[in-house]
Design a protein around this ligand. Structure first.
Ligand code: ATP
Ligand code: MG
Length: 315
């Protein structure tokens, strides 16, 4: 008998996660209807999408917490459904729901978790990293609402994981705590670790993500970098300024087809390429000795594009 030649498929060592045609239903609810995405090693992927879109379902399948129905899933080349100990040791998880025993102190909780991993980070270092050094001896249940997620992040990091899943990790954080958490995530990436983040904060995705995948209704509706998602880099620019006193909108030197709108004392219009019109407008204002106060030239934000993609607005 002739030997059967197996096709040699070179595993792409740069890819941490591959998801192809992933489906999952809960009874009649089709939570995932054929989802594809990929996460490169050392990158932050932000999964965005409205409530109920299927983000946590997808993440929990990748974590090995839920069983999929269809499709292929690979985490470091392994199917997470097999729940291999060797894979779990390489992965850190912040679940959407707080997962720390509220009756343990912060230090006890982190120490307990550290015991589950072959090469944990020092407990004190982790507690510092998540900004809880002053609360190390406090019971988790006595932390303030916004502090409650920090032990979760500590638990996810103590195993020294190569891949970290963060499901809405900064919900309830005050603005400075959020920035500190962003620095932690940036530090993880600088060390070559891979992060999958779900968030409803578009500024968080903009600040941290190398790649963004938007899920709505169980399907991927867009993927790309935060700066180019959904054609954001080619989107319409809004120009806005305070209409100078005694000037009517009709007097403004605007090209045909541009439709200025009054917004209180402001006037604004949208244009694909603003360079020429800004030149004409500012030249006109300078010649008249006017100031275009409050002048702003605004590209569509990630949030504008996200809302357009998920049915909530125009980019
Ligand atoms: N254990 C479950 N049993 C039944 N239905 C579920 C279960 N978990 C999730 N669902 C449903 O599956 C869909 C996707 O939920 P999922 O939690 O994945 O959404 P999500 O994108 O994470 O939303 P959010 O932004 O609110 O966290 C929703 O319709 C939800 O009600
Ligand atoms: Mg969720």
């Amino acid at each position: 008998m002739r030997p059967v030649r197996c096709p040699v498929v070179a595993a792409d060592v740069d890819i941490a996660i591959t998801v192809r045609g992933l489906t999952k239903s809960y009874g009649k609810v089709e939570a995932l209807r054929g989802v594809d995405f990929e996460v490169r090693r050392g990158q932050v992927l932000a999964l965005l999408g409205p409530n109920g879109a299927g983000k946590t379902t997808a993440v929990e399948i990748l974590e090995g917490y839920r069983k999929r129905e269809g499709g292929e899933v690979s985490v470091f080349g392994v199917d997470p459904e097999r729940r291999l100990r060797s894979l779990r040791a390489r992965v850190g998880i912040v679940l959407q729901e707080c997962a720390v025993d509220p009756y343990l102190t912060v230090a006890e909780a982190v120490t307990q978790r550290a015991g589950l991993y072959p090469e944990p980070r020092p407990v004190d270092e982790v507690i510092d990293l998540v900004g809880l050094e002053a609360k190390a001896r406090a019971r988790v249940k006595l932390l303030s609402g916004g502090q409650q997620r920090r032990p979760d992040l500590g638990l996810a990091l103590v195993g020294n994981p190569e891949l970290i899943f963060l499901d809405e990790p900064t919900t309830g954080f005050d603005p400075s705590a959020r920035r500190e958490a962003w620095d932690v995530v940036r530090g993880l990436c600088a060390e070559g670790r891979t992060v999958v983040l779900t968030t409803h904060y578009m500024d968080e995705a903009q600040a941290l993500a190398d790649a963004v995948t938007v899920i709505a209704n169980g399907r991927v509706v867009a993927s790309g970098s935060p700066d180019t998602l959904g054609g954001r880099d080619h989107g319409m620019t809004t120009v806005r300024f305070v209409l100078p006193a005694g000037v009517s909108v009709g007097e403004l030197p605007l090209p045909e087809g541009v439709e200025p709108q009054r917004r209180g004392e402001f006037v604004e219009f949208r244009i694909a390429e603003p360079t020429e019109v800004l030149h004409a407008l500012t030249g006109w204002a300078v010649r008249r000795g006017e100031v275009l106060s409050g002048l702003a030239v605004v590209r569509p934000s990630l949030e504008d594009v996200y809302l357009a993609l998920t049915g909530g607005g125009q980019p």
